[in-house]
Write a protein that binds this ligand. Structure first.
Ligand SMILES: [Ca+2]
Ligand SMILES: [Ca+2]
Length: 553
């Protein structure tokens, strides 16, 4: 999909830029599948734009690592509530970041530090606070116009959940069928590494995809479905706005050991969505389906399953392009998303999350590349998600453990707690250092900081309907070189061209086939003003990792 047919590309070069020595590898001809699909699904995005999340930007928070109000070295809900003004103070302008909504990683009681093994689906982890603290957080967020979704671990519980503690006692337990049992282990392996998924306890074997501490729930048992639906209703009734559904690919298993993407999983999500929407019409369900864009798209379920799903392929492609200096990976990923999503608003783009090395670590601390990554994230269609600290360029801890991806937020440069805690140690241990100046206190007032760019990009997106909910297509680009990427966003009242140079060298002169009068909205590394040329817009050249958002009127 990335390459235009040679014959067509040659025609455009002759028509718009005679004498140009370079042809772009990211050109997409008008009428090619990407553009056609985007146009065809226009009705879908306009209809779907009614959802409150359309046009918004989310911020993923690991409560344990955000702010510690109680002084025990562990982040908590009162701390998060106290710092909501940092994220969005509910007023125009000012020195808030400007995100619209929160995704809280699991807040339920759990024996682990991360919380993805739940022991009470209707409780709040005492490390984080109380139900009343959660109510206050939701109320204070709503007062600022922010929404809150929480992680919901539908696939499995903790092995310490009272249901499992009872169930493992034997077949006479009333909770035995809440889990999946065999007398002998089946020869199934985890899809990603082949590790065994049947675990022995008290002479029987139970199925637990991730590990023995996370027994899969038997979601085929109507009583379990009812319990989980009841728990979701419980949170929505307290004002929570939706859920990020963990491990959405793994809800059901086939009898012969296919552990992903089962029809029964899709059917369950449809039932949950229908039941929840009947009572809470604005509920949002976001899928964590960590797989190819093509397979993720199936979790839209024709508009009856998830309203959003994370774009894992797109995230990998953005980072690939940032590393290798060509637009090839990103161009191919965007083309795929536009072709298969069926609704260009379905994808939730992101750069990194709590399961991945932070994007800045991936980029070895290169701020210029991180700035381009931020611009790309906020140029893409869909509902973008930032991971806490990404706006600062935090790299996280030095090792490859999950804990190193989830280190405490740096609010200031003051040791030992970096403004995260007054305690001498954090849950992580000694707080993980970052590069000098990578903290809120340093970056927020500093022109040219990554934080300030994020703030400007968020403000631009909020002020520009075409960026929030507009259709996306990839206009034809000529010249510039392999580093040049262009994306056109077309909303009800305007067109915005995003153009970037991933290359390590300045691009040549670039022409883009978007007719109209160009006006730069925000740019970095764009030495000259864009000009009108026959059939499009011309830019004199873009500096390495430069980018521009250009209104075309
Ligand atoms: Ca605390
Ligand atoms: Ca399962």
């Amino acid at each position: 999909m990335a390459k235009a047919p040679t014959r067509w590309l040659a025609a455009v070069i002759i028509a718009t830029a005679p004498g140009c020595r370079h042809s772009s590898s990211v050109a997409t001809p008008p009428g090619a599948p990407a553009a056609t699909e985007a146009s065809r699904s226009g009705d879908a995005v306009l209809a779907g734009s009614q959802g409150w999340w359309r046009g918004q930007v989310f911020y993923e928070v690991f409560v344990r690592s955000f702010v510690d109000a109680s002084g025990d070295g562990v982040g908590d809900l009162r701390g998060l509530t106290a710092r909501l003004d940092y994220l969005n103070d509910g007023k125009p302008g000012g020195d808030d970041l400007g995100v619209d909504a929160l995704w809280l990683m699991p807040i339920h009681p759990s024996p682990s530090y991360h919380g993805y093994d739940v022991t009470d689906y209707r409780g709040v982890n005492p490390d984080y606070g109380t139900l009343a603290d959660l109510d206050t957080l939701v109320r204070e967020a709503h007062r600022r116009g922010m929404r809150v979704i929480i992680d919901f671990v539908l696939n499995h519980s903790s092995s310490q959940h009272p249901w499992f503690v009872s169930a493992k006692g034997g077949p006479s337990s009333p909770y035995r069928d809440y889990y999946i049992w065999r007398d002998q282990p089946l020869p199934w392996g985890r899809p990603w590494d082949g590790a065994p998924v049947w675990h022995a306890v008290n002479g029987s074997y139970f199925y637990g995809l991730f590990w023995s501490g996370m027994p899969d729930l038997n979601l085929g048992n109507p009583a379990v479905e009812s319990e989980m639906l009841g728990a979701m209703r419980f949170w929505l009734g307290r004002g929570v706005d939706g859920f990020r559904v963990d491990a959405a690919r793994h809800l059901f298993e086939s009898p012969d050991g296919v552990l992903v993407d089962q029809p029964a999983s899709h059917a369950l999500v449809k039932r949950l969505r229908g039941a929840l929407e009947a009572e809470f019409p604005h509920v949002l369900l976001v899928a964590e389906a960590w797989t190819s864009t093509e397979t993720v798209a199936e979790y839209r379920g024709g508009g009856h399953e998830f309203q959003l799903a994370f774009g894992f392929d797109t995230a990998a492609a953005i980072k690939q392009s940032l590393r290798d200096g060509t637009a090839d990976a990103l161009g191919a990923a965007v083309d795929t998303s536009l072709r298969v999503d069926g609704d260009p608003g379905f994808e939730a783009p992101f750069l990194s999350n709590h399961d991945q090395a932070r994007v800045m670590r991936d980029l070895a601390g290169d701020v210029t590349r991180a700035q381009l990554g931020a611009a790309v994230l906020l140029a893409l269609p869909g509902t973008p998600f930032l991971y806490y600290g990404e706006e600062l360029g935090m790299q996280g801890g030095p090792e490859r453990r999950d804990e190193d991806k989830r280190t405490p937020m740096h609010w200031s440069g003051e040791v030992p707690g970096y403004g995260f805690t007054t305690a001498s140690r954090t849950w992580y241990g000694a707080a993980s250092p970052e590069a000098p100046g990578v903290d809120v206190a340093s970056e927020r007032p500093a022109d040219g900081s990554l934080w300030r760019l994020y703030q400007r990009l968020l403000a631009l997106r909020h002020a520009t309907p075409a960026l929030q909910t507009g259709l996306a297509s990839r206009p034809a680009v000529t010249c510039g070189g392999k580093g040049v990427f262009a994306l056109l966003r077309v909303g009800g009242v305007g067109k915005v061209l995003f153009i970037a140079n991933f290359g390590a060298a300045a691009s040549g002169p670039v022409s883009v086939s978007v007719p109209g009068r160009p006006r730069v909205l925000l740019s970095q590394g764009l030495p000259g003003a864009p000009a009108v040329v026959d059939g499009g817009v011309s830019l004199g050249g873009i500096e390495p990792r430069g980018f521009a958002f250009v209104a075309v009127e």
